[in-house]
Write a protein of this length. Structure first.
Length: 89
């Protein structure tokens, strides 16, 4: 009696290929995860820093909920606020 191993070899090859493909994608994406934009000269960032410092001094937690039309401005403000408030988020 003969056992046909061809289907088993294909399944094993697909499993190994999928595993290696996932590692490659993760390794390629890793350097970009820690990339932080420099908002230090952005006026909305500076506004966030000032308001974060003021809220920290008055022991408030994000008292002003600002909303900006542009996503970049919103991100800059939030990063500035966190920096000014002293949060480690």
């Amino acid at each position: 009696m003969r056992i046909n191993l061809k289907p088993c070899v294909w399944v094993l090859a697909l499993a190994v290929g999928s595993g290696l493909g996932g590692v490659t994608v993760q390794a390629v994406g890793a350097p970009f995860q820690d990339h932080q934009q420099d908002y230090s000269k952005n006026k909305t960032y500076q506004q966030g820093v000032r308001e974060g410092q003021a809220d920290h001094a008055q022991n408030k937690d994000h008292s002003k909920k600002r909303h900006f039309k542009k996503d970049e401005d919103q991100k800059a403000y939030e990063n500035g606020y966190q920096k000014g408030h002293g949060d480690s988020r």
